[in-house]
Design a protein around this ligand. Structure first.
Ligand SMILES: Cc1cc2nc3c(=O)[nH]c(=O)nc-3n(C[C@H](O)[C@H](O)[C@H](O)COP(=O)(O)O)c2cc1C
Length: 364
């Protein structure tokens, strides 16, 4: 099934941008896990729309409603179903997309895949709105992880060529991580953040959009999570990251940059630190052979510029098979990156919780 992920934290996501609602079902959760609704709602608020001039003007309260699987604030062990109703829909804005493909969006590929039966309004099931259920699940996982001393922290690393400045993400304390999460524009440096914001606003004013990179770390993970080959921690996390619309690249540790190092520089040398095995550097992003080594898992996700730009563009009418022009209506993010930060963090939390629930599988 396409909209389903997880071996132990089994998440199904449903809905469309302009349907009655979006939501999810989480299956097979152990009973008794605390469900901190305040924490989940705080996380959803970080992804919310209408935060600034560079995010879409669509305003959704994103108030999740739990339908089943939680009793007295804890999971019951039966399927946890939740819904987030859609309220601010302007479906008429999308009528020309029934046959004219937005370049960079999924109108054409979705039409082909679903034989024309897909709900194209607001991007349908391909909409960034479908990341709200992911963040609900991520919020639940975050509570589970933090009670075990594990925390995920992400920030905007760059927008276009403007880079954030500040602490090294792998040595981030919980307090530093929390401080950046609480910012409406989550960069370490407010000054660099302002430059990025202005660049995005400039793009919007010239009827265009911009993208960027989100950097994230998972601190406090034990060594030994993951399997070699297909079950690698990297593969499973990448699967989630590429489920986030607009993510076009993922790298771990030094990533593509590792190719510019020699072996001796790229190797993370081991040492003992008060009885714990640690490495002096973390070019491998806390993972060796697909298995965590106890160092923070560090990765970056590349988010493309929002495909729906207001400039006139060339496209095809895929029903008549003719070349045509397109001017996109509707409300769109000029830059997806700030809203995607809690989404990327949620992917990290989901992956970590899924592995932790599975244990180390010795003698499996
Ligand atoms: C939080 C978030 C918000 C998004 N907002 C928009 C938007 O306003 N307009 C748009 O065209 N695409 C938006 N996208 C991206 C599209 O959904 C995505 O580019 C499209 O589905 C095609 O998928 P692909 O880019 O992964 O190929 C958003 C994505 C995310 C994660």
């Amino acid at each position: 099934m396409s909209s389903y992920w997880g071996k132990n934290f089994k998440l199904t996501v449903f809905g469309e941008s302009h349907s009655r609602g979006i939501g999810g079902v989480i299956d097979d959760l152990p009973a008794g896990i605390p469900v901190d609704m305040e924490g989940i709602e705080r996380m959803l608020a970080r992804r919310a729309t209408g935060m600034s001039a560079i995010t879409t003007a669509r305003k959704e309260p994103d108030k999740p409603e739990i339908l089943s699987g939680v009793f007295n604030g804890r999971t019951t062990g039966t399927p946890l179903a939740f819904v987030i109703y859609n309220s601010d829909r302007h479906s008429a804005d999308y009528s020309n997309l029934a046959e004219n493909a937005r370049p960079g969006h999924a109108d054409y590929s979705g039409f082909v895949r679903y034989g024309g039966f897909n709900d194209y309004r607001g991007g349908g099931h391909f909409s960034g709105r479908l990341t709200a259920p992911l963040v609900f699940a991520g919020g639940l996982a975050t509570g589970f992880l933090e009670s075990r001393g594990i925390y995920c922290a992400a920030h905007i690393k760059s927008i276009t060529d403007i880079e954030d400045e500040g602490p090294d993400i792998e040595s981030l304390t919980y307090e530093q991580a929390k401080a950046v999460k609480d910012k409406p524009f989550p960069t370490f440096s407010d000054e660099r953040g302002k430059l990025m914001y202005d660049r995005a606003l400039e793009a919007k004013n010239s009827l265009d959009s911009v993208g960027g990179v989100i950097e994230c770390s998972i601190a406090g993970l034990p060594a030994g999570l993951g399997d070699p080959i297909f079950g690698a921690f990297e593969s499973r996390l990448a699967e989630l990251l590429f489920a986030v619309p607009a993510v076009k690249g993922v790298e771990f540790g030094a990533g593509f940059g590792i190719t510019e190092m020699t072996g001796s520089a790229a190797n993370d040398e081991f040492y003992m630190d008060g009885g714990r095995v640690r490495t002096k550097t973390n070019n491998n992003g806390g993972i060796n052979g697909g298995i965590t080594n106890g160092m923070p898992v560090v990765f970056r996700a590349a988010v493309k510029p929002t495909p729906s730009v207001s400039r006139p563009q060339s496209t095809v009418n895929f029903k008549t098979g003719t070349d045509t022009g397109l001017v996109i209506k509707g409300r769109h993010d000029a830059c997806i990156v700030p809203r995607a930060v809690p989404v990327i963090e949620s992917c990290a939390a989901l992956c970590a919780m899924d592995f932790l629930l599975g244990g180390k599988k010795i003698n499996d």
